[in-house]
Design a protein around this ligand. Sequence first.
Ligand code: FAD
Length: 435
Amino acid sequence: MKEQPVNIFWFRRDLRVSDNHGFYRALTSGKPVLPVFIFDTNILNDLEDNDSRVTFILRQVQKLQELFEKQGSSFWVYHGRPIDAFKLLTSELPIDTVYANQDYEPYAIARDNHVETFLSSAGARLKLLKDHIIFHEDDVLTGGGKPYTVFTPYSKKWKEKLAEADLQPFPSEKYLSNLLQIVPLKTYHHADLGFRHGSFTAPPLILDTTLMESYALKRDFPASEGTSRIGVHLRFGTVSIRLVTALALKHSESFLNELIWRNFYIDILWHFPHVVSGAFKPAYDRIQWINSEKDFSRWCEGMTGYPIVDAGMRQLNETGYMHNRVRMITASFLCKHLLIDWRWGEAYFAEKLLDFELASNNGGWQWAAGSGCDAVPYFRIFNPILQMEKFDPDKEFVNKWVPEYGTSRYPRPVVDLDLARERALKAYKEALADV
Ligand code: FAD
């Protein structure tokens, strides 16, 4: 490769060329840019070898590589630890600055600190940009300068702060001619990573403004397909949050609020990283969970004998997706009726969900368990039968995923709802006795 100084753009959870803030900054920096992606073995080593998210990422990386090659450049892809990738890169190229978009998860923060220290020892810099969310870090604080821990005032402040500039696109796609000109590099396939093709198919990216307009009416009914299915695209950055937010602002307040929940949970994770392993409200860590392995297996398999719970779990197992209303019901059922530690359920969702995002998953689980920052009160326990009657009145969703429902092949209920409710209330009351 050449001797002139180059900049790097390190793609991570932002696998797109258009309206990509960090990529735009790199491409307009005045130096040629080498695009880099790292299949991070610190992450991949913990996944099943048929993880569908790896398939999704591989496909995006291949698409980007094809695009860069059309520009006379290529994608520098590495399989291993990020630090080793940068050791190799700095030994091969005179690197000035590595640009990347900021990631707010504890592992990513530690990784970036490590890489930054190494780069500065090698005479280069790491520059992180805000791309994944509209507001980050201390952008949205209370009047007293503290992070919000309740959603409604957070969202009010978020909306007050929002200015046109926050939604301005960064036209990175217009500057691809500034990529470093090189011969095509190796293209990665599943086998190179020790993976097989995953079995779940990610939904295509469709930004449907008609859907947004009926979202408030339909979003709670799992059979109606009234939600966007863009979670996986926001997770891996195959769509710009600025673009989606601008559409929501125009077409649906209710959809906008859900995007703000996403921003809220990412901010909570950033300000309160202890939520990764413990309850946001520490008293909830005193709950005496029953943690029955047998009940947990029945929940995972969708064999609890409660149809809406089972339908949701089977939808998850068969597609890598579960409707939001049903995520709330299945999560509540696990923590309250089965009195199983929410972290077991959180880990199961993390393994299966195509749109798995640490902040929203953790936030959703702590909400359901009552231990979260702005959670459902512990004594409000969803009744899965009433939830089904309200949100799946014609049993369309249940019949689709639990075809044997109503026959003798359908399992008997794993617990009696009234007894399980009393048991949960007792366990929570004991844990919170002196709060
Ligand atoms: P839509 O309803 O179309 O919403 C559009 C986007 O808004 C979503 O893609 C998502 O980015 C965001 N959003 C919507 N609802 C929420 C919410 N309640 N909290 C945060 N962001 C939201 N979402 C994830 O992205 N990843 C997860 O791992 C995740 N785990 C969850 C676990 C539990 C127990 C619960 C109750 C919720 C979880 N959610 C998670 C939130 C929500 O269920 C999903 O974002 C949503 O179902 C994804 O489907 P969709 O793309 O059709 O969403």
